[in-house]
Design a binder for this molecule. Structure first.
Ligand SMILES: Cc1ncc(COP(=O)(O)O)c(C=O)c1O
Length: 449
């Protein structure tokens, strides 16, 4: 075993060491070589070392260097070394993190990191926390709790009786909500289309001028961190507005919720603690390895009613905090290990510094683009920059050339009907030097077209 693990360790550390210095985008040759993995399952297997060597030979070169300090696509984040190492340890532990009684160590890590995060993000400290795969499932999980509470207050037991014949529930959502929120609504039986969409202002925030009258029995889905502009909906004002009715306010803060860890940025989420639930990703801005998302829910009874299972062979709650009482899965990976590791490593100041450095880098990008005469479409208040170089065709050509050149990686978006380049800064390694190097490449390519 030792040789095998040593081999894997050598490949992994070489990959990490070299990743920052190689072209970020996967080249055609590496893509074509993936065919070497595709054949009928042979009758006889090969040695474990051979498997690991094959994986490294064909898959490492075909792996986008998303952990690079110059990867600015989507909102990806990297992985702090401490969390890569904790992830390896967690894999060796191989814990099925459903029940406290059987996996006390990792259950404790989830309990403690949940407590730390609630405090760090300024959320009600007795909220329940679910460790899930990502913000998609975090939104789903929190909205399942919302569904439970809103229906239960309307006199309907949705967990037992389902949605057929249930009272009406109004879903209010921003016209710029993330598409995965619609998927959650569909999975919960609310449907993607039965929603009231609130128009947004020029920065992508729900515009309160157009906020509808709220019906009795409503779920309102807000956003902390617009995927293009980084802007926050006026969450505190919305919570005030819907008070006194049977409502639930949810916050999709896939990346933006981490701004609450910084005294410099937490004003963006003013009043956010008045909401009922919040979703975020640790694999984005906390920089733990994929996958890792979190749902926080103020009314833990609603979450448990939606998620907990009972079976004669499972320990009862007296055994402690059962992680599976809060998540869609019974069996799952111990995601709290890496969250704990990064929080323990960074402390409160370290998380704030990470957020602030990424935002400062985004601002630097915006200033450099503006000084060079390009149009920055958003007010850069967080970590997102949307920049436009002219016609759609020109933008597409520039982005394609930047991706092929390989120094950095940027994505495209269509925001407010304009096709543009979107830059997201959320990697623990990104600094001004990485920004300047990337900007120089983008500018040279843009000038040459
Ligand atoms: C605002 C927002 N919500 C939800 C998601 C979905 O997150 P995940 O891909 O981690 O499930 C994202 C991902 O980019 C996002 O930015």
């Amino acid at each position: 075993m030792k040789d095998l693990y040593q081999q894997a360790f050598t490949h992994a550390t070489n990959f990490i060491k070299e990743a920052n210095h190689q072209a970020i985008q996967v080249n055609e040759n590496a893509r074509e070589n993936l065919q070497n993995l595709d054949f009928e399952l042979p009758e006889q297997g090969v040695s474990a070392t051979e498997v690991i060597n094959e994986l490294h030979q064909w898959v490492s070169p075909a792996t986008m260097k998303m952990g690079s300090p110059r990867f600015f696509g989507f909102v990806i984040g990297g992985a702090y070394p401490v969390s890569v190492a904790s992830n390896w340890l967690g894999t060796a532990w191989d814990q099925n993190t459903g029940l406290e009684k059987t996996t006390p160590g990792v259950a404790m890590l989830e309990k403690v990191s949940a407590k730390w995060m609630l405090k760090l993000l300024g959320l009600p400290e007795d909220s329940a926390t679910a460790f899930v795969t990502g913000a998609t499932v975090a939104n789903f999980t929190a909205l399942a709790a919302a569904r439970n509470q809103v229906f239960s207050r309307a006199g309907w037991d949705v967990e037992s009786d389902g949605l057929i014949g249930a009272p009406d529930v109004q879903i209010i959502i921003s016209e710029e909500s993330h598409p995965t929120v619609y998927k959650s609504l569909a999975m919960l039986g609310f449907g993607r289309n039965r929603v009231t969409k609130v128009p947004t202002d020029e920065q992508g925030r729900m515009d309160l001028k157009y906020f509808p009258d709220v019906a009795e029995n409503s779920i309102i889905i807000t956003q902390a961190g617009n995927i293009n502009s980084g802007a926050f909906d006026p969450i505190g004002d919305i919570c005030e507005r819907v008070k006194g009715k049977n409502t639930w306010v949810h916050v999709d803060g896939a990346f933006g919720l981490w701004a609450m860890a910084s005294t410099q940025y937490k004003h963006l989420g003013q009043g956010i603690e008045q909401a009922d639930s919040w979703a975020t990703d640790a694999h984005k801005w906390l920089n733990v390895p994929y996958d890792s998302g979190l749902a926080f829910v103020k009314n833990q009874h609603a979450l448990k009613a939606a998620m907990a299972i009972k079976a004669s062979y499972l320990p009862t709650e007296d055994a402690g905090r059962n992680p599976s009482d809060y998540t869609p899965e019974l069996s799952r990976r111990a995601r709290g290990i890496d969250v704990y590791a990064v929080l323990r490593h960074l402390g409160r100041q370290g998380v704030a510094e990470l957020v602030e450095r990424c935002c400062a880098c985004a601002k630097r990008f915006a200033d450099l683009f503006s000084e060079a005469g390009y149009e920055v479409l958003n007010e850069v208040i967080l970590n997102q920059v949307v920049v436009c170089f002219g016609s759609e065709e020109k933008n597409l050509q520039i982005m394609d050339a930047v991706q092929k050149e390989g120094t950095c990686w940027v994505g495209q978006t269509i925001w407010k009907d304009r096709l543009a380049m979107r830059i997201s800064v959320s990697n623990w390694q990104t600094d001004f030097a990485a920004v300047d190097e990337s900007f120089a490449v983008i500018k040279n390519i843009a000038k040459s077209m």
